[in-house]
Design a protein around this ligand. Sequence first.
Ligand code: GAP
Length: 489
Amino acid sequence: MAKKDQSQENNLLKDIIAHAKEYGFVYPSSEIYDGLQAVYDYGPYGVELKNNLKKVWWESMTRLHENIVGIDAAIFMHPTTWKASGHVDSFNDPMVDNKDSKKRYRADVLIEEKAAQYENAGDIDRAKSLLSAMGRLMEAEDFAALRDLLINEEISCPVSGTTNWTEIRQFNLMFSTQVGSVADESSTIYLRPETAQGIFVNFLNVQKTARMKVPFGIAQIGKAFRNEIVARQFIFRMREFEQMEMQYFVRPGSELEWYKTWADTRIKWHEALGIPAEKLRRHDHEKLAHYANAALDIEYEFPFGYKEVEGIHSRTDFDLKSHQEYSKKKQQYFDPEINQNYIPYVIETSIGADRLFLMTLCNAYVDEEVDGKQRTYLKFHPALAPVKAAILPLTKKDGLPEKAREIVEALKYDFNLIYEDAASIGKRYTRQDLIGTPFCIAVDHQTLEDNTVTIRHRDTTEQERLPIAELHSRLSEACSFRNIFKQLV
Ligand code: GAP
């Protein structure tokens, strides 16, 4: 990305962050105390949007697939869970401090940024060789050589501008706390860094109680916590976030076919939610984690470049096998079709609800000039929009508010609405555009005569006259998840 483009993109992200705060989507956490880094709160419209995103994910998993069921596991888990999953020993980031600025960075992120600079300057080979050198050193855990790489590549601290780096150290990302009143090592428990393990340890409970047959899936939405070193880019990388994960248990040997199916299904899902295909790309992992035999990220072109939104991993039988070893409880399934016992293999789809939120917000944000006037609006898919319609009496008198209230009463059980009678109608339209309300319904004097209203469409600003009796079916048609689901079959 050229320098000018990069600053334009940074400005776009800044505008989106400011918009999110100003119009009630996302606030910095505990802001009156100057906030807490990488922790955010969702405001009135943010929580509605996030809930809609979680609901559409949940229903596409559990309702559209007869063989996928959900659970809601606790955040705290037995500490041995994290030994078995490998998180205690290897959920680490390589951390380096700049001695002059005292700022801390992830060494791999610094190197990746340098490689991106080479790539943007057209030096693809140099970018590739830098990344592969980094991959080799990280795998070998040769942190002294990784530090040399930082220095030889003249990668400097963005704050001090120097290459005066400390040794690189491994930093475990799990938050720990103490259970009970005595603080010793045996009472240490962790805040889960991924929701997936709650699914793995319940695999047999679910299989038996819901009488599931392989292949089947377990879906879950819940909070996860990571002590991220690099906390930047708004809600992209948070310390407390929400994951939506689905583990699909399959017969060993069939996993790569299912991996392909789920990768295609998930990309289609993002497109059905209104993300243009050209803003999405699939990044196949070259270096695989020790437990995976295939992995890819679905990336979206954020204002700060292509970044991961969702991961699809073929995790083999690593997790169940490891839990079997540590718990000494068999994690096997008897497959009646082939008359065999086995530990199923697992395909995982894992997406952050907050990252999905950020992608949806970035994709919806429109700031354009129309007839010499600036217009900003959020073009959310109507099924995802926080508020579906605003009911606006033209004036506060002549019985118009009462008529508008009647419409609210008729629609409020099925749609999230706003009633507003203050300020000019133009100002009220603008306010709804800024929070992405797809329809504004204006009640005027003609409404009292013939029971019709004007309905204004957010994206085109076009208006049409419609009988009140048709409003419910019009909104249902536009705002139903069915429009999204239809594209998935
Ligand atoms: N169980 C697999 C797993 O946790 P991951 O790639 O570490 O894999 C999956 O995380 C997804 O969770 C990511 O694609 C991203 O959407 C989200 N995610 C991970 N770390 C996050 C963070 N610090 N803040 C927000 N979302 C995060």
